[in-house]
Design a protein around this ligand. Structure first.
Ligand code: 1PR
Length: 526
């Protein structure tokens, strides 16, 4: 029996599902004494250090946790669950102390690379420990964090990882182990680590010569646009420039759970679901999306993003729901990140108008509660040609290498809401920058003009946005061949590339994309 410490933030369902897939029974801590009666304890943490410690204190978990850890009983901390073991974190504005089991602190990444450090990265192994049994040198694991530990005692360093510089990515001392990466989201290698923890009689480690691991890979994301078809079945659909109907009917490219499972088996690094009619329907009434997430997270052990309809809503009985109700429902159902489309445009426009952060917008609230890595902004821009920059002086105008219908050589990218139906007076660069300032952790950059065309990503759009933000950018729309992925990774700062049509129709398998990237010396996982 494994005991799981759930303090109520983020997605513990993934850890539960991963352990269940290994045939484990799980007991979830509901009282302080459950901690002391555990045989083996897993503490998965996501979100913010300060609020995590606050909740641990409120629930009276701090003293039993310290007692459990000081008695050297089997423990696996994940992400924030590892950072909690240290004395302090710079993420805590009030300098609220951590559990203080290990000396040292938690500091922010100091780098010009995008932060959060998000994606699949390798590990350099410093100690031999049964936790890492069977893990080959070239494995990568899923990381998502803006802060990293700096331990004082060097002999607790189990692994390090390089993101611009080397940081400590796992520690071990006696039976206490902890990792910055997420084993529950790291595919087969991650499941192996969880299995090792479950089966090991002892987690004691010994020093070995360091073995060097792989580096950060570029992420390949499969995107499933989901909606009900005319018969009321939830299907994966795909548009051409956002038009998902063919001869009047909604295109049906398969069942969401089956397709997501296929992409996991085929080596996708992440899967995204976009409920494309979310601007009309309200997700909390749309139970199939929740059921879908619950079912997918039982068998797909890589990060899952869900978007569509994340906004406040009043139902026909006058009952109010906040966007946070939707978001917490999605996290409980198995999502790791939520993507906000239309609502983000309204929030950013208001913020740019007033210049004030209220702390009350959906972006700010999710970021404060679940961490910025959980907030993806889905941008749906359309290109607007102009004959000179002065013609759109309020907007970020670029000089294009292509020409417009009337010979224009300048353009800007106008954001839309409601699935491209309504154009708004804000450009994609301004939107991305404003959302970053409000606490978003990633930009999913679509392009309506390229969607479904297989003409390649819009590199000019991606450069314009990625060069103006410090958070990761996912390039989306227009992928038609493996070469298009190579182009986007060599010509832009995009950290990830997303495709839909070519994967759904099996025209280009994910493995071909990754093989092509590897052949061109672009790091890809698997
Ligand atoms: O506005 O918060 O409710 O979110 C709605 C979400 O649904 C947004 O993320 C928006 O992008 C998405 N959406 C709305 N309508 C459509 C549509 O297609 N009619 N899909 C839509 C957007 C675009 C990409 C697509 C890529 C890759 N889909 O996600 O997967 O363009 O396609 P390709 O590789 O085939 O070219 P809200």
């Amino acid at each position: 029996m494994i005991t799981l410490l759930d303090y109520g933030a983020g997605n513990v369902r993934s850890v539960i599902n991963a352990l269940k897939s290994l045939g484990q029974n799980i007991h979830i801590v509901s009282r302080p004494r459950d901690i002391l009666s555990a045989d083996k304890l897993i503490f998965p943490g996501v979100g913010n250090f300060e609020s995590m410690m606050q909740v641990l204190h409120e629930k009276d978990y701090v003293a039993p946790l310290q007692e459990y850890l000081k008695a050297d009983r089997p423990f696996l901390g994940i992400c924030l669950g590892m950072q909690a073991l240290f004395e302090t974190s710079a993420e805590s504005a009030s300098r609220r102390p951590g559990l203080g089991i290990f000396q040292g602190q938690v500091l922010p990444f100091e780098t010009t690379l995008p932060v959060p450090h998000m994606g699949w990265n390798g590990i350099n192994v410093h100690r031999q420990c049964s936790l890492l049994k069977g893990i080959s040198q070239d494995e990568r694991f899923y990381f998502v964090h803006s802060y990293h530990i700096v331990p004082k005692e060097k002999d607790i360093i189990l692994t390090t990882t390089t993101y611009d510089y080397e940081f400590v990515s796992a520690v071990s001392k006696g039976n206490i182990t902890a990792a910055q990466f997420h084993p529950e989201k790291s595919g087969k290698a991650g499941l192996q680590i969880l299995e090792n923890f479950v089966r090991a009689d002892s987690l004691h480690s010994k020093s070995i010569p360091v073995t060097k691991g792989a580096g950060l890979s570029k992420r390949i994301i499969a995107c499933l646009d989901v909606r009900s078809n005319d018969d009321g079945d939830l299907v994966v659909t795909k548009g051409d420039q956002y038009d998902v109907r063919e001869k009047g009917n909604v295109r049906n490219l398969g069942k969401p759970v089956e397709l997501a499972s296929r992409y996991f088996q085929e080596g996708a690094d992440e899967v995204a679901f976009l409920n494309i009619t979310g601007f009309r329907d309200f997700p909390l009434e749309d139970l199939p999306m929740r059921t879908l997430l619950e079912q997918v997270s039982e068998k797909v052990f890589i990060p899952l993003t869900i978007g569509g309809g994340i906004r406040s809503y009043t139902d026909s009985n006058g009952k109010d729901y906040s966007a946070m109700d939707v978001v917490s429902c999605y996290f409980r159902s198995g999502a790791d990140k939520v993507s906000i489309g239309s609502e983000a445009v309204h929030i950013a426009m208001e913020y740019l108008k007033t210049g004030k952060k209220t702390g009350q917008s959906t972006i700010e609230k999710i970021s404060a509660r679940y961490g910025k890595q959980a907030v993806v902004i889905s941008v749906d821009p359309r290109k607007v040609w102009v004959s000179s920059p002065e013609q759109a002086e309020k907007h970020h105008v670029i000089q294009s290498t292509a020409t417009g219908p009337n010979g224009e050589t300048y353009c800007w990218y106008q954001c839309t809401v409601q699935g491209g139906r309504k154009a708004m007076d804000i450009d994609a660069v301004a939107l991305a920058k404003a959302c970053q300032e409000l606490g978003a952790g990633e930009i999913l950059l679509n392009c309506i003009d390229r969607d479904g065309t297989k003409a390649g990503f819009d590199l000019e759009l991606i450069c314009a946005v990625a060069d103006h933000v410090d958070i990761p950018v996912i390039a989306s729309s227009g992928a038609g061949s493996p070469e298009h992925f190579f182009q986007v990774f060599t010509n832009t700062r995009a950290q990830a590339a997303l495709a839909a049509g070519i994967f759904h129709r099996k025209e280009v398998p994910i493995a071909w994309v990754k093989q092509h990237l590897s052949e061109q010396n672009i790091p890809a996982r698997g």
